[in-house]
Design a protein around this ligand. Structure first.
Ligand code: PTT
Ligand code: SF4
Length: 612
């Protein structure tokens, strides 16, 4: 089957067995790969209500038709499972050699089931699968684990591994790869840990089936060079993702002091220019010619690779404006395998809760030493507070009480990315309706909102833009599986992706064909949530309450006195539902499901909430 290997590898850790399963062309065309495959498999195979940290959950690695093919930025993989942080569908996307190696081994996806009897490393080489003891690195960080694996197999293999946070079931533990990369902030590291799966190592030697391999090779190599040229000309990778920090500060969108403030006079100390000046090395994912991993020496002299999200949430949001100190917090998150974003938001929530008298504690903002100590306690679930914070801000708030849930910066249990939406309605909607919790990956509508339309508006144009971006970002790039940065950051045209798709699969599709796939996947993920949260309603799609609170409005700067308004937000949410064909509870209607080819899944979910 050109474009797909046509095989999924299913591994059972309890029984130490594995099967190679074929899928049909119809399945491939309907779900394409990556998030599409993962969501469909999880919907079909997980009984609603299972414990995400129990053996019934599944850990999935899913690739798409262009993943691993030499072409712009295709060294990416989706990791997915039922999320321990949200209890809904969860996934993440990370740069890794697994993308290429798993496909060369002959698989478009890996499904890991059950629970091992002891710490295990899964080794996959083409048709061979080995269940190897990982006791030597259980309890170790991801850097040491990576080195241990590389020493055994060399650096060419694909590796996914977890640190102490995943082992100890921290609900926002990530999966790590290639030393600088991390993914699955919805807790996919904890899903691995719950299965006693320390690492997955993959080596493949077979060709990836393609309709026109010579054509793909030529176009792919030419385009890699062209992307490199455009990036050099545009200069994006000089500051990479952190180029946005100064702008966020200027437009009052920076998270400062647990999102209480939106800008800070010291923000420049951790901006893109300072980051570039401190650069000691640059890392990138496989098949990438616009490498964005800017690495600096942290306060302890270790190498730490920093992105905007990591800096925003471990820096200004904790009122730490010292780049090497932020680097240290980031290094610890990487080594323990803690999501920098949820980790940063959970720490800032704790400091805020102490400030507001919800809990007593010896911690506060601008406390780098205390933050380092707490990250270690979280990773080990040490002491009462380490254990509470390992649960994330939503569950910690429920424990602390005193109204603290209002300023736990999360949606559906996943902490908010580094965009302070105190007065940015469209971006607040993007967080609210993201299918995995408050992640910016689905729809980064903020630049459209602040540059092309009115910030004040709660109009349908914003809801439409959120949908357009979801189709591209949470859709196309997550199921064809490649990095979206060439498109979003340097303007690499979307029309290139149907072109690559045709070269590998032989199918001549338009972008509109892809948008139908995106809408299908979003609708099915909504059904996944409905089954987990029976009787679900629109309140699940609301951003944190503090953004609506007049008492929390800025006292100075560009949005002084402004805040989100409930009625207007609710109207914006309704525009979104109407445009998507969802009912007032945010559930796709029967007609929508029928149109998108997911009526059968709708019937399977119907007993958890009547469809209209
Ligand atoms: C992503 C989230 C992000 S999004 C960042 S920085 W970003 C944080 N990175 C972390 C990290 O590092 N270490 C750590 N311990 N925790 C971390 N948590 C945070 O995780 C990432 C890049 C980036 S950098 C982004 S936006 C883009 N994301 C893409 C995406 O989601 N899909 C896609 N098709 N292409 C993308 N390209 C870009 O990739 P999650 P990565 Mg990560 C060290 O996965 O769960 O979605 O969380 O993927 O390979 O590290 O690259 O300013
Ligand atoms: Fe990886 Fe950055 Fe390249 Fe994307 S642009 S593939 S995140 S190195």
């Amino acid at each position: 089957m050109n474009g797909w290997t046509g095989q999924i590898l299913r591994v059972n850790l309890t029984a130490k067995t594995f099967n190679k399963e074929s899928f049909t062309e119809e399945f491939a065309r309907k779900w394409i790969g990556g998030r599409g495959f993962a969501a469909k498999i999880l919907f079909d195979e997980l009984a609603p209500g299972i414990d995400p940290l129990g053996p019934d959950n599944k850990f999935i690695v899913a690739l798409g038709p262009i993943a691993g093919i030499p072409a712009p930025n295709t060294g990416k993989a989706v990791v997915a499972g039922k999320s321990p942080s949200t209890g809904g569908y969860g996934d993440g996307n990370l740069g890794t050699r697994v993308a290429e190696q798993l496909r060369k081994a002959g698989y478009d996806a890996l499904i890991v089931e059950g629970k091992a009897a002891g710490p295990t490393m899964l080794y996959i080489e083409d048709d061979r699968v080995e269940f190897l003891p990982a006791d030597a690195v259980w309890g170790k960080g991801t850097y040491e684990t990576n080195d241990w694996i590389y020493a055994k197999y060399g650096k060419g293999v694909g590796v996914l591994n977890i640190g102490q946070a995943g082992e100890n079931l921290v609900r926002y533990a990530v999966v790590r790869s290639l030393e600088g990369r991390a993914g699955g902030r919805t807790g996919m590291g904890a899903v691995m840990g719950s299965k006693l799966l320390k690492a997955v190592v993959v080596k493949g030697t077979k060709p990836i089936p393609q309709a026109d391999p010579d054509g793909m090779k030529k176009v792919g190599m030419d385009d890699l060079r062209e992307v490199h040229r455009i990036d050099k000309e545009a200069g994006w990778s000089i500051q990479s993702t952190n180029g946005v920090l100064a702008w966020c500060n200027e437009v009052a969108a920076l998270p400062v002091r647990n999102f209480r403030k939106t800008h800070h006079a010291d923000a420049w100390k951790v901006d893109g220019e300072r980051l570039n000046n401190a650069r000691i090395a640059t890392y990138g994912c496989p098949n990438c010619t616009m490498r964005c991993g800017i690495t600096i020496h942290d306060d302890e002299g270790r190498e730490s690779e920093l992105d905007y999200e990591n800096i925003g949430l471990l820096g200004p949001n904790l009122e730490i404006f010292d780049l090497p100190q932020v680097g240290s917090l980031n290094y610890l998150c990487d080594d323990y395998g803690i999501d920098t974003m949820s980790g940063g938001c959970t720490l800032s929530f704790y400091a805020d809760a102490i400030d507001h008298g919800a809990v007593a504690g010896d911690y506060g903002f601008n406390d780098a030493a205390g933050s380092k100590k707490l990250l270690g306690m979280i990773a080990r679930r040490e002491g009462e507070i380490g254990n509470i914070l390992a649960e994330g801000s939503m569950r910690a708030a429920r424990k602390f009480g005193h109204g603290s849930e209002a300023y736990a910066m999360q949606v559906k249990g996943l902490e908010v990315a580094a965009y302070n939406c105190k007065f940015i309605p469209g971006m607040a909607l993007a967080f609210g309706v993201s299918p995995i919790g408050a992640h910016h990956k689905e729809s980064w509508v903020i630049t459209f909102e602040l540059k092309s339309t009115s910030r004040e508006s709660y109009g349908p144009e914003k809801a439409q833009k959120v949908i357009d971006l979801q189709r591209i970002r949470g859709g196309l790039f997550e199921y064809i599986v490649s990095c979206r940065f060439p498109w979003i950051e340097i303007g690499w045209g979307l029309e290139n992706y149907p072109k690559y798709f045709k070269l590998v699969s032989g199918l001549d599709w338009t972008l509109d064909d892809f948008w139908t796939i995106s809408d299908r996947i979003y609708s099915m993920i909504k059904l996944f949530w409905l089954r987990e949260y029976p009787g679900t309603d629109r309140k699940l799609d609301y951003p944190p309450a503090v953004w609506f609170d007049p008492a929390n409005a800025d006292t100075d700067g560009p949005i002084a006195g402004r805040h989100l308004e409930y009625d207007k937000y609710d109207g914006l949410l309704q525009h979104y539902y109407d445009l998507r064909g969802y009912d007032r509870r945010g559930i796709p209607t029967k007609a929508t499901l029928e149109r998108l080819g997911v009526a059968e899944e709708g019937r399977a979910a119907e007993k958890y909430g009547k469809l209209t």
